[in-house]
Design a protein around this ligand. Structure first.
Ligand code: EPU
Length: 445
């Protein structure tokens, strides 16, 4: 089994670069199915979820060319299939974006229920509500498991025509907001999506589609308006031309936040490049409450974030409540918890998005953390330090928390189940080694 081995105790120091956002690129790649011309996407992170998305595109009939590291030319003009291969759909959560994109493109889509991190119940009722609001018919394909219990195995969507309409989401959902946009972009008429999520990746999807000719306004607010268009060809002047549009994926807010917390936990001094500072506001505020110095610094015409803590400084506790953007991101909750294990005093975490995002607590306890969990939260009693241990990455962000804990701990930490981490962090070992981490990846068959 592959694992990361970390020798803790090094202060992280130096420059680190953020990759393109996982939760954006996993929507942009399916969105290429809506285009009537090829396009080039840059700043694509080297993560396994991207590999799965690209394989799905190819299986559907798209042409994917890697032009250089992180840059792909994608042509979906010859795609005829409307069925996402089931094994691939089950490998990641974001495969549900192929439902919206294929429905928008071909008025038919079939996909197995998505996989991804186990964070408790992960329904897709709001996605289906969006599709149905636009006139699609939903069929849930059921199967019986070994215990005789019926479960939903796959979803089939069909529509004669998709009509612009009002989509009133009952829950603020990133995925349902993205899927509503994907299905509405080429619908007949105007769609109003209410109670939208506002995450940076939603704005990125809208920017990408608008750049290719869509008419989407309001992304980043609670109400998004999509005026349906017939074609997405970059712009009218480009029709018939060989010129292709190039779009760069937005920087990953959560990867940047993970580096910020890793710098703080190791009492380091790290300059984070390729970050959008206003995306990091809430994370930065919590770190500052702990006594960490967080500054915006200009470096080579770019605004970076510098995170530093003097070597022997003890940090203070803080309280966290996860919320949809612009609140504190649930995807930073485990990493922040790892830091709060080693501050002076008691911190409280309230998890408001996922019902089961504390499975990492048992692993942190193996390293000496003192944490009590409640039905939707955790109380962390800071200890002077953690010690290395053999732990596992229960899911993607839980794995990031284990890395942070391992970097800050005394001794050696071995992290197994690292495939979860590699779903979402591009070249994590090389990047952290570049700022002084003693960390290696060991492959064992
Ligand atoms: N929800 C419903 N019905 C739905 C959809 C969601 O009740 O149809 C509920 C969920 O159960 C949850 C809440 O709404 O309680 C929010 O879920 P959301 O739909 O926003 O989550 P998601 O789109 O499935 C994305 C990210 C997650 C991230 C959440 C919240 C992707 C591929 N995944 O998931 O990322 O935690 O938004 O920000 O974009 C991660 O990167 O580690 C990760 C889990």
């Amino acid at each position: 089994m592959d694992k990361f081995v970390i020798q803790g105790g090094n202060r992280l120091k130096g420059d680190i670069y953020v990759s393109g956002a996982k939760n954006s690129v996993v929507a942009l790649l399916p969105a290429t199915l809506l285009l009537d011309v090829p396009c080039i996407i840059e700043n694509v992170p080297d993560i396994s979820d991207v590999k799965i998305c690209l394989t799905i595109l190819e299986e559907l009939g798209a042409t994917v060319e890697k032009l250089r590291e992180g840059t792909y030319r994608i042509s979906t003009v010859d795609v005829t299939s409307t069925e996402v291969p089931a094994e691939l759909a089950r490998k990641m959560r974001a495969s549900y974006y192929f439902l919206g994109a294929l429905l928008g493109r071909s008025h038919r889509a079939v996909a197995a229920m998505p996989g991804g991190c186990n964070l408790g119940e992960r329904p897709i009722d709001q996605h289906l509500l969006a599709f149905e609001s636009l006139g699609a018919e939903t069929m849930l394909i059921k199967k019986i498991d070994n215990d005789g219990t019926a479960y939903i195995d796959a979803v089939e969507l069909k529509a004669e025509t998709l009509y612009g309409s009002t989509v009133s989401l009952n829950v603020v959902s990133v995925g349902a907001t993205m899927n509503a946009i994907l299905a509405a972009v080429k619908a007949d008429g105007t769609t109003v999506i209410e109670n939208c999520a506002r995450e940076p990746h939603i704005v990125d999807l809208a920017n990408f589609l608008n750049y290719m000719g869509a008419h989407i306004s309001g992304a980043g607010t609670h109400k998004i308006i999509v005026e349906g268009v017939q074609k997405l060809i970059g712009n009218d002047a480009l029709e018939g031309s060989v010129e292709e549009r190039t779009y760069a994926v937005v920087p990953d807010q959560i990867e940047a936040g993970t580096f910020m917390v890793a710098a703080a936990a190791t009492r380091g001094d790290v300059l984070i490049h390729g970050v959008i500072p206003h995306h990091m506001k809430d994370i930065a505020e919590r770190l500052v409450e702990c006594g960490v110095t967080v500054e915006e610094v200009e470096s080579d015409d770019e605004v970076c974030i510098r995170v530093s803590v003097s070597e022997n400084r003890r940090l203070r506790p803080t309280n966290i409540k996860t919320e949809p953007y612009p609140g504190f991101p649930t995807d930073m909750q485990p990493q922040m918890a790892a830091l709060l294990c080693i501050v002076d005093g008691q911190s409280n975490i309230s998890e408001q998005v996922w019902e089961d995002r504390f499975r990492y607590v048992a692993e942190l306890r193996l390293m000496g953390a003192q944490i009590n969990t409640t039905h939707d939260g955790a109380i962390i009693f800071g200890v002077p330090g953690l010690h290395g241990a053999k732990v596992k990455a229960c899911d993607l962000r839980a794995g990031a928390a284990m890395i942070i804990a391992g970097l800050a701990a005394d001794g050696t930490t071995e992290i197994t189940d690292i495939h979860h981490i590699e779903r979402g962090y591009s070249n994590i070992v090389e990047k952290l080694r570049g700022i002084g981490a003693d960390m290696k990846r060991i492959s064992e068959d």
